[in-house]
Design a protein around this ligand. Structure first.
Ligand SMILES: *[C@@H]1O[C@H](CO)[C@@H](O)[C@H](O)[C@H]1NC(C)=O
Length: 257
């Protein structure tokens, strides 16, 4: 008995030692601090969390050691559940706190990429956030119009439309992608929006956050009541001006200022 226990303990020790060695080698500094109790997963999860909290900003790429983790997360059930939760909270807000005016000017703003359409298929073949974005190749991919729908966003989009809320799409995609974007949206099941606002030549000089705030200002001056925004970047939801409530979907792959 005692001998068996020793063997088991020895095996456990070796396994712990091995996993620790492989993970700690990447995280030398932190491993020392936490007495080798921090795993790569701990490290990458806290990185992702702090992106969502908007503590980590302006990053060009996902840390190299977290690229694999990010790929797993973006294709995981967890990402789907996290996104579904965001949508559920939108629904709670709409049913409890939105007294729609029903004057034809109730509106909701959506981002396009990684809010209605997923760019995960692109990132899957382009280093999962670990390499700096190549806009040319991203736009070539967008032109093909093969992006898939985020299914929970699609459901919510249709629910709002059913309540007579005007759907306004505001995207940092450039104007020349309009027809590809329209085709892609329709093929993925999105139709009946009020307007699709893309970035024109003069908007390209502005930061995305400023472009989107200017769009909201124009919409409000035209009398729209913007009840909510669903986006995946802080630059899509931060004001001024902003909506009554804003909702952010997870996106640890890239940062748009
Ligand atoms: C960016 O993508 C384009 C189109 O795929 C390619 O021709 C170009 O070499 C890429 N640029 C870099 C810096 O990788």
């Amino acid at each position: 008995m005692a001998r068996n226990l020793l063997v088991i303990l020895a095996i456990c020790y070796i396994q712990l030692g091995l996993s620790c060695a492989s993970e700690c080698s990447i995280l030398d500094q932190k491993a020392i601090k936490y007495g080798c109790k921090i795993t790569l997963k701990n490290y990458c999860e806290s990185w992702r969390m702090n992106v969502e909290l908007h503590n980590i900003r302006d990053f060009d790429v996902v840390p190299e050691e977290c690229v694999e983790y990010m790929g797993k997360y973006m294709t995981s059930t967890q990402y789907k559940v996290d996104s579904e939760r965001t949508i559920d909270e939108c629904r709670v807000y709409v049913s409890n706190s939105c007294a729609f005016k029903k004057d034809g000017a109730d509106a909701w703003i959506f981002d396009v990429d990684d809010t209605l359409l997923s760019t995960v298929p692109y990132y899957m073949n382009h280093g999962f956030g670990g390499v700096k974005l190549n806009l040319t190749s991203m736009e070539e991919w967008m032109k093909k119009g093969k992006a898939t729908a985020l299914e929970h966003s699609l459901m919510f989009y249709n629910e709002l439309k059913g309540q007579g809320v005007k759907i306004i799409l505001v995207s940092s995609r450039r104007e020349f992608l309009r027809s590809a974007t329209v085709d892609n949206l329709v093929n993925a099941g999105f139709y009946g929006w009020k307007t699709l606002i893309l970035r024109g030549a003069e908007d390209e000089k502005k930061e995305i956050g400023k472009f989107k705030a200017d769009v909201r200002e124009q919409l409000m001056s035209r009398g729209y009541h913007i009840w909510g925004i669903l986006g995946n970047q802080w630059s899509s939801i931060q004001g001024p001006p902003t909506a009554q409530r804003t909702f952010k979907l997870p996106n640890p792959l890239y940062y748009v200022a």
